[in-house]
Design a protein around this ligand. Structure first.
Ligand code: SOE
Length: 370
C-alpha cells in the first residue's frame, strides 16, 4: 500500500478515474453531483489522459494505474475496455481503495470470482454500475412485485435493442475479442437486462438456451469474433418462462431496454426510453403510472431527484447509483446496491449464454453461488 487511504468512514470522497471515454464522462458527472472531489485520471496514453482530465474537470492526469495508486483517493472508477477490468480492479483492491468497475466485471468467470474474493477479503465497497436499477419506476415495479401486486409470475417478455452497430462500417473496441472479450451484445447490454429482470422479479433465471448471431465477420478492417445479437429463451425459479432479445443492430432503437412481466393478477412494463412511466396491464383497464414521490411505494421516493413532472433520466440514475456507492463507503447500507457479486452473476450468465448457443442446448444458470 502506497498512500493514505482512509479505511473507515470518510468525509468528502476523493474520486479518481481510469479511462477517458463516454463512460468516464458519465461517472465523473455523477461523482461531482455526489459532492466528491475529482482527483486523478489515467487513460490509454498520457496525452489522452491529459485531454480527458481537462475536458472532465479532473484535477490532474497521470500516466498509468501505478501512478494513480501512488496518490490519495478513496475510490477508483474503472471505465476502460472490458478486457482490462480484472487486472485494474485487482490492483485497485490491493491498494485498499474502494472501486466501481464498469461491466462486464471480467471477461472470464475465473477472473470475476477472483475479484469478488479479493474485494471481500479487503472489506471494501466494490460496485458495478447496473444503473437502470436506479430509475425510480424500476424501484416502483420491484416494490409492487415484492408486495404481490402482480401475483405469481407467469411469463416475461424482455428486450434490449440498440442500433449503433447496424452498418458494416460501424466499429468499436467492444467488437474485438482482445479488448471486448468473447461476448459483445450480451456482455454490454444483455447483462443490464438480465440484472434488471432478476432485480425486479426477485427471481433468478435458472435455465436458458440461446442463439447468437454475428452479421458481419469483419468491421473496420479487423475480424469480429463476438456477437451482434442474442435471442434467449429462459426459465425462472418460479417456473415463469419467457424471451429476451438483445441486439445492437435494431435500426431505430437507441437504448430500448424493455422489461415486461406478466403475473397472475397484473402485468407490468418498464421502458428505459420512457423512464418516468410504468405500464400496469389488467384484464379490465390498463393504467399508465407516472413517477410521483408523493404516491410512490414506501422506500421508492428517495430515488426521485426532482419533483413529479420534472423529467429525470439516464444520468440521474447514474448519479443516484454513485451517490449510493459513496454512502456505502461512508458506512451506510443502501438497498439494492449492485456489487461485484452482481457483476459476477452477469459474467456467469454470459458464459451460460455462449455455452448454450455454442452447444445448442439448455444450460443450468445456478451452479455454485454465481
Ligand atoms: C453502449 O452499448 C452502452 O453505452 C453500454 O455500454 C451501457 O452499459 C448502456 O447503459 C448504454 O449503452
Amino acid at each position: 500500500m502506497t498512500t493514505d487511504v482512509t479505511d473507515t468512514a470518510v468525509g468528502i470522497i476523493r474520486s479518481s478515474f481510469l479511462g477517458g471515454g463516454f463512460m468516464a464522462q458519465v461517472h465523473s458527472r455523477a461523482a461531482r453531483a455526489a459532492g466528491a472531489t475529482l482527483e486523478l485520471l489515467a487513460s490509454s496514453s498520457p496525452e489522452r489522459a491529459e485531454r480527458a482530465a481537462h475536458a472532465l474537470g479532473i484535477a490532474r492526469s497521470v500516466d498509468d494505474v501505478a501512478e494513480l495508486l501512488m496518490d490519495a483517493s478513496d475510490v477508483v472508477h474503472i471505465c476502460t475496455p472490458n478486457a482490462t477490468h480484472a487486472d485494474l480492479a485487482l490492483q485497485v483492491i490491493a491498494s485498499g481503495r474502494h472501486v466501481i468497475c464498469e461491466k462486464p466485471l471480467a471477461t472470464t468467470l475465473v477472473d470475476a470470482r477472483a475479484l469478488v474474493a479479493a474485494a471481500d477479503a479487503q472489506n471494501i465497497v466494490a460496485a458495478v454500475p447496473f444503473v437502470y436499477r436506479y430509475h425510480p419506476m424500476v424501484r416502483e415495479a420491484r416494490a409492487r412485485v415484492a408486495a404481490g401486486e402482480i401475483g405469481a409470475l407467469l411469463t416475461i417478455d424482455c428486450g434490449y435493442l440498440q442500433d449503433w452497430m447496424l452498418l458494416p462500417g460501424d466499429d468499436d473496441w467492444r467488437a474485438t475479442s482482445a479488448d471486448g472479450g468473447p461476448s459483445r451484445a450480451f456482455a454490454d447490454i444483455g447483462s443490464h437486462l438480465c440484472d434488471l429482470l432478476e432485480f425486479v422479479s426477485g427471481e433468478r433465471i435458472v435455465r436458458l438456451t440461446a442463439r447468437t448471431r454475428r452479421v458481419y465477420d469483419e468491421r473496420g478492417g479487423h475480424a469480429v469474433a463476438n456477437e451482434d445479437a442474442v435471442a434467449i429463451l429462459a426459465e425462472l425459479a418460479s417456473g415463469a418462462i419467457g424471451t429476451l432479445l438483445i441486439s445492437q443492430m435494431a435500426a431505430g432503437r437507441k437504448n430500448a431496454l424493455t422489461l415486461e412481466l406478466h403475473g397472475a393478477h397484473q402485468s407490468i412494463r418498464f421502458d428505459q426510453e420512457r423512464p418516468e412511466e410504468l405500464w400496469v396491464g389488467q384484464r379490465n383497464g390498463n393504467r399508465q403510472i407516472f413517477r410521483d414521490p408523493q404516491t410512490a411505494h414506501p422506500g421508492v421516493a428517495r430515488f426521485s431527484n426532482v419533483p413529479a413532472g420534472h423529467a429525470q433520466g439516464y444520468q440521474d440514475a447514474f448519479n443516484s447509483f454513485v451517490a449510493d456507492v459513496y454512502a456505502a463507503i461512508q458506512g451506510e447500507q443502501p438497498d439494492g446496491l449492485p456489487t461485484f457479486a452482481d457483476g459476477l452473476r452477469a459474467v456467469a450468465l454470459t458464459e451460460a449464454v455462449l455455452l448454450a448457443a455454442d452447444e445448442e442446448r439448455w444450460v443450468d444458470t445456478t451452479p455454485g453461488t454465481d
